[in-house]
Design a binder for this molecule. Structure first.
Ligand code: ATP
Ligand code: MG
Length: 455
């Protein structure tokens, strides 16, 4: 197993001072799977003050000293070193009342969540794998260390971590662990919104989530309904629509999976998967059936956007992300047209990034419908390439218009009319009726003012 030289150096220093030191957790798991770890956690028998002494010559930060964690800056990179510890009693399914340090690696590993996260490795000592983590990784299985119910009752976030790993690694959840996740789901109400939202985000955007979200959101829908009770309203909700072959929740889940596949590894992965999760959540509020028995959901996008806004506020999502998601939801089913005028208007209204998000949402949505709807997808792709082409060619905001209020002052006196003239000019440019050139804009402004007899 490969260990970067700065990490190996830290392990050596601790070992040379007479302590045990290992890399542990996610970095060992990822390395065994052939994935490059994004960080390395070190666990050691040295007490925090002993670790500090070992690294006296280096920059050391007392990050979580109460929990035994010290951060050493090595080659400019922060590395966390944690003393072997045992968690005390849990009373709130959140955090232990206290932690106790120990000199036993086995005890430290036993407090960790899943077998795959309970492997330690040291270049000097080799692997420590008391709970069968390597075998479970090999078989693609997520299994609690110890009794699952007890472990989820101590910290309910582990339920969501399990689902996150199942989606992002494509691992199956062992029966007893899965049953306990479902049984203990109510305890997620004790977990802070920030921790829930962080795990949910990782679940939606993991490296293999595009293959697994459908399974996870279907098998464990009751857990999702604890985190987001509004989802319950779309469970088993029949659509009676010629476009759909799935109920609203199943369609939603397939649309989330499609979005995860379309955006894997890209900047828009989280906004789009979240948007698809909520895009039809307002449907039950506006369901009607016509005389032929066909189901309709007029204005559902606006309702869904309102509900998404409430949910994301409650989950403490950042304002920027919440606003982006809600706009995608609100416009996810407004008709798009692959021609210059329509796309210029789209760009003027939303800007390039959001216009693309909205077109992508159309694709993810249609991928989760019947064949008739899927046949529209090539047109949505054509819209996306037109968005990119026109965005670099054209002006879509007042700021980039080739004239401003000053330039127009001789034609329009300072007054509320100035705003109207500017809006008119921008519309003409966006619609492609006139080019964004100063002289032509001045002429158009004069014509506009004269036609209305303003002066
Ligand atoms: P990631 O790839 O997201 O970093 P990770 O498993 O490394 O995944 P971390 O939050 O970095 O997750 O935690 C490091 C290790 O600490 C885990 O591998 C696990 O051994 C242990 N751990 C983390 N969170 C918990 C928890 N809630 N309960 C028990 N053990 C935990
Ligand atoms: Mg980690």
């Amino acid at each position: 197993m490969e260990v970067p030289s700065n990490i190996a150096g830290i392990l050596d220093k601790l070992e040379n001072a007479g302590y045990e030191a290992w890399i542990v957790g996610g970095c060992v798991r990822d390395s065994l799977m052939g994935i490059t770890p994004h960080d390395f956690d070190i666990t050691t028998s040295a007490l925090p003050e002993e670790t500090e002494r070992v690294f006296a010559g280096m920059r050391v930060i007392e990050t979580g000293i109460k929990h035994g964690t010290i951060t050493v800056i090595s080659d400019g990179v922060p590395v966390e070193i944690t003393t072997y510890r045992v968690d005390g009693e849990y009373h709130d399914s959140r955090r232990p009342d206290s932690v106790t340090f120990t000199r036993s690696l086995r005890e430290d590993i036993a407090r960790r969540d899943f077998t795959m996260n309970g492997i330690a490795y040291s270049p000097k000592r080799g692997f420590f794998d008391e709970f069968g983590g390597a075998g479970d990784i090999h078989n693609g299985i997520i299994r609690c260390i110890g009794d699952p119910e007890k472990r989820f009752s101590e910290d309910a976030l582990r339920i969501l971590r399990g689902l996150r790993f199942s989606a992002s690694l494509g691992f199956w959840i062992e029966d007893k662990t899965a049953a306990a996740m479902l049984d203990c789901r109510g305890l997620l109400n004790n977990i802070s919104a920030e921790r829930i939202f962080a795990e949910l985000s990782k679940l939606l955007t993991g490296r293999r989530s595009g293959e697994n979200i459908l399974r996870v959101m279907t098998c464990f829908r009751e857990i999702f309904a604890v985190m987001i009770p509004e989802l319950r309203g779309i469970f088993d909700f029949k659509q009676h629509s010629k476009w759909h072959f799935l109920d609203v929740y199943q369609h939603t889940v397939l649309a989330v999976q499609s979005a995860a596949q379309l955006t894997a590894g890209k900047e828009n992965a989280l906004p789009l998967t979240l948007a698809m999760m909520f895009h039809d959540i307002g449907k039950p509020r506006c369901f009607t059936r016509d005389e032929n028995g066909e189901g309709h959901f007029y204005c559902h996008a606006a309702y869904s956007a309102e509900i998404a806004d409430e949910i994301l506020r409650r989950l403490k999502c950042s304002n920027a992300l919440r606003e982006r998601v809600c706009r995608i939801v609100k416009y996810h089913d407004t008709p798009l047209k692959d021609d210059d005028r329509a796309v210029r208007r789209l760009l003027a209204k939303h800007g390039e990034q959001l216009a693309c998000d909205i077109a992508m949402a159309h694709i993810a949505d249609d991928l989760a419908k019947k064949e008739e709807a899927r046949s529209r997808i090539p047109e949505w792709y054509a819209v996306i390439s037109r968005i990119h082409r026109l965005a670099s060619e054209c002006c879509f905001t007042m700021k980039t218009l080739a004239v401003d209020g000053n330039a127009l002052r001789e034609i329009v006196p300072p007054s509320p009319l100035m705003g109207k003239v500017m809006k008119h000019l921008l519309k003409k440019v966006v619609d492609g009726d006139i080019p964004n050139e100063r002289e032509i804009l001045l002429q158009e402004a004069a014509k506009y003012v004269a036609n209305r007899g303003i002066i």
